[in-house]
Design a protein around this ligand. Structure first.
Ligand code: ADP
Ligand code: ASP
Ligand code: MG
Length: 449
């Protein structure tokens, strides 16, 4: 039995939390590979520090170092701390070098923001050793996680990662060692750290599980599983017992922060079941994500929400009859690596849903594209997408009618609808200020435990 266990920052916020994590690992049967995020708050600190106009190098190094030493000093006795410090110093030197590096380098922020993981993994591996386990802290480079893509939004090169991880990590498992690997980034073709986007350690866990064809991937977090809605929005959200890969992937992509949007695919590819568990309540069964699942109770399984989006509507006479223009517009999104969350067309308009942060870039591109072909461009900012997932939503008659009648009762104006693209989800766009009331009303009406 091989289990890949990923622990998030919220699970590693204090010495007690680290102990809890180490106990969960030690009491798990069989071979284990651990993947960690940074200590809670550390990545935000690094992103903030590296983004400053004038970096206070000494101050950053001091705060960063103290944050980790404070935890280590409470976990280790004198003998253990000496061993820990040996490796800690080496990693601090690497961090300092990266921090003082060339700030115009496009991968500078990747190198800095991924530094927290190199220290949380070190603390955890040493803690496991102090408990009598055989463990080693591995950076993504040492473990063989290979990445590709653009700064701050990389993805794993699954083929190369599989080859490297099997060469580097598999022999350790055969010797009963527990590798503790840095999540969040892989090494790109130039051997530079490239991050997978915020929250990317879940994806790292899935990438390792894919490489080793693990029997299970466990995502340990701070709630009782994948829930029927974001518990911060809906206080009576309930954990979902079982989901299939497609449902979990749709919800994660459309805003359920509990899983990084790309987590499911590497697991699904190699039939690795995923379990979402609560570090603070390990007895709770959590959520089991796999190929098939049992029946669901209410009409909806879960409602997710993606915020900070905009709609760009491009108007041009009979654009529907001029697919070449539409193609050229879409090309601009592709060239700029901008994700389109939804598209809708009419005879004379095409509308795209995208992140607020991408709007200006796309507008610049469209302006110098085809002035003569475009009559008007309209932008509606600060909208949110609601993603409803449930059993065969599209094949059941009247489901969308039921959903939109609740939306109407709330008084929400629907700006855009996307239905039919997936057979388990129905998505629509609402103004940001109506998001919470809409999600709450849908949850109250259609989710049953
Ligand atoms: P970690 O530090 O373990 O990676 P995250 O903060 O990234 O944890 O993800 C867990 C959080 O995701 C939860 O505390 C919860 O607030 C939020 N969340 C949003 N949507 C959901 C959902 N559908 N189910 C569970 N948690 C959700
Ligand atoms: N530490 C990284 C972040 O805060 C990765 C993660 O949490 O998964 O985004
Ligand atoms: Mg997370």
């Amino acid at each position: 039995m091989l289990t890949v266990m990923k622990f998030g920052g919220s699970s590693m916020a204090s010495p007690e939390a680290f102990r809890r994590v180490a106990n969960i690992i030690a009491s798990t049967e069989g071979n284990k590979v651990v993947v960690v995020s940074a200590v809670a708050g550390v990545t935000n600190f690094l992103v903030g520090a590296a983004g400053e106009k004038n970096i206070d190098y000494k101050g950053v190094l001091k705060t960063f170092s103290e944050k980790h030493l404070e935890i280590a000093e409470q976990l280790f006795d004198e003998k253990q701390i000496v061993k820990f410090l040996e490796e800690f110093k080496v990693r601090m030197e690497t961090f300092e070098k990266a921090l003082r590096g060339d700030r115009t380098d496009p991968y500078y922020m990747d190198a800095i923001s991924s530094s927290g993981e190199r220290f949380s993994s070190l603390i955890l591996a040493h803690l496991l050793i102090s408990m009598g386990e055989d463990s080693v802290a591995l950076t993504s480079a040492a473990a063989g996680i290979r990445s590709a893509g653009l700064p701050l939004s990389g993805y794993a090169d699954l083929k190369r990662t599989k080859a490297d991880v099997n060469m580097k990590v598999r022999p350790m498992l055969e010797q009963g060692i527990i590798p503790v690997i840095t999540g969040f980034y892989g090494m790109n073709a130039d051997d530079r750290p490239l991050t997978f986007g915020r929250g990317g350690s879940d994806y790292s866990g899935a990438v390792i599980a894919n490489a080793l064809k693990a029997d299970e991937l466990q995502i340990w977090t701070d709630v009782d599983g994948f829930m029927s809605a974001d518990p911060r929005l809906v206080t009576d959200a309930v954990p979902i017992k079982e989901m299939n890969y497609g449902e979990a992937a749709e919800l994660a992509y459309f805003g359920a922060k509990v899983l990084h949007p790309r987590t499911i695919e590497p697991a699904r590819q190699r039939h690795v079941p995923v379990r979402v568990k609560n570090t603070f309540n390990p007895e709770s069964p959590g959520t089991f994500i796999h190929h098939l699942r049992g029946p669901q109770n209410g009409m909806l399984m879960s409602v997710a929400a993606k915020t900070d989006l905009s709609i760009i509507t491009i108007s041009s006479a009979e654009i529907a009859y001029r697919p070449r223009i539409v193609a050229r517009i879409i090309e601009k999104f592709a060239e700029n690596n901008v994700i389109i969350y939804s598209i809708s067309t009419s005879l004379s308009t095409v509308a795209f849903l995208l992140h607020n942060n991408d709007v200006q870039q796309i507008l610049n591109q469209l302006n110098n594209l085809i002035e003569k072909d475009i009559e008007k461009i309209n932008v509606k900012s600060d909208v949110a997408l609601v993603c409803c997932v449930g059993d065969d939503l599209l094949s059941k008659c009247g489901v969308s009618g039921d959903i939109f009648s609740v939306v109407k009762e709330v008084g929400t104006n629907v700006e855009m609808i996307s239905e039919g693209a997936s057979d388990s989800s129905l998505n629509f766009v609402v103004p940001m200020e109506m998001l919470v009331s809409t999600v709450r009303a849908l949850h109250a009406q259609f989710v049953r435990e």
